[in-house]
Design a protein around this ligand. Sequence first.
Ligand SMILES: Cc1cc2nc3c(=O)[nH]c(=O)nc-3n(C[C@H](O)[C@H](O)[C@H](O)COP(=O)(O)OP(=O)(O)OC[C@H]3O[C@@H](n4cnc5c(N)ncnc54)[C@H](O)[C@@H]3O)c2cc1C
Length: 304
Amino acid sequence: MNTLQKALKKINIACPFAFNEPMHLHTSFKIGGPADVFARPKHENHIKEIFSFCLKNNIPYFSMGCGANILVSDKGIRGVVISLEDFSGISINKLKVTALSGTPLQTVVEETCKHGLGGLDAFHKMPGSVGGAVWMNARCYNVSISDLLECVEIIDDSLEIKRMAVAKHEFSYKRSPFQNQRLIIVKGTFKLENADPEDLKKRMEEIYNDRRNKGHFLYPCAGSVFKNNRDFGMPSGRLIDTLNLKGYRIGGARVSPQHANIIINTGTAKARDVKALIEYIQQQVFKHYGFQLEKEILYVGEGL
Ligand SMILES: Cc1cc2nc3c(=O)[nH]c(=O)nc-3n(C[C@H](O)[C@H](O)[C@H](O)COP(=O)(O)OP(=O)(O)OC[C@H]3O[C@@H](n4cnc5c(N)ncnc54)[C@H](O)[C@@H]3O)c2cc1C
């Protein structure tokens, strides 16, 4: 038993956790080696407990939601993964919905649309949690999460829960002020508007069809691999497509035949295959156009 495992056993922690948890079970890519410790807080107190353990003992931690935007190393993750997947719940009050950070965003979309509240319908069928969407400032069909987000609750090194009003200017395309900070997002409150549930249903169907046509649900993936950049004059997917890279593969990783900005796991892909394919695409685009594609997905874990 290693030192981290011994230390955790000694403090008799209430937050549920497992050792050597295979991360491929917790990522939409279905890729990733073991996490030394995989904690699944169910309550705020559990989050505080495990977060405080990491901070006090100087143990690296990684907080995550649904793992829909990450590529986890084949060697896994050293330290503690704090998974919010069991930390979920929603409350709706007039035009506002508040959700715990581990709540799948899709659950919030469905509940709010059922109540005739519009706004989050743009995120229909986007995999991911509320916390992940806020951290990433996820964007779908011309709506960014920050357009709807009113306030968040976070836990930082003070180990106190802090409520923060959202300052819109601190968000930009796929960027939030929470990136590069030591904190865990606990809750998000979104301000929505009244809408006709039938219109919302129609809109959601259109979005679902569009995502299906782009092959989002055919193979394990993490959505768009590269950010879009106006300077390119076209979306990154179209740019990559001009180089005939759809279907190009390295090991078990392949550029989706349906959408050139998506890399799929054909069943046997390792993180190193996906990474090699990402680098190959970046090199090709740079060689032909002089543009440096910026990754949207995040590398996590040892040696990536
Ligand atoms: C098929 C498919 C389609 C997609 N389409 C889109 C799309 O249209 N638009 C879009 O923007 N994205 C899209 N994505 C990417 C993904 O769905 C989003 O980025 C989503 O917001 C990720 O949420 P998550 O909970 O899975 O985050 P994770 O992948 O678990 O984590 C992402 C980052 O957020 C941080 N994080 C997560 N939760 C917390 C928390 N509670 N506190 C602090 N930090 C936290 C993690 O540390 C990590 O850095 C798609 C993905 C897939 C698989």
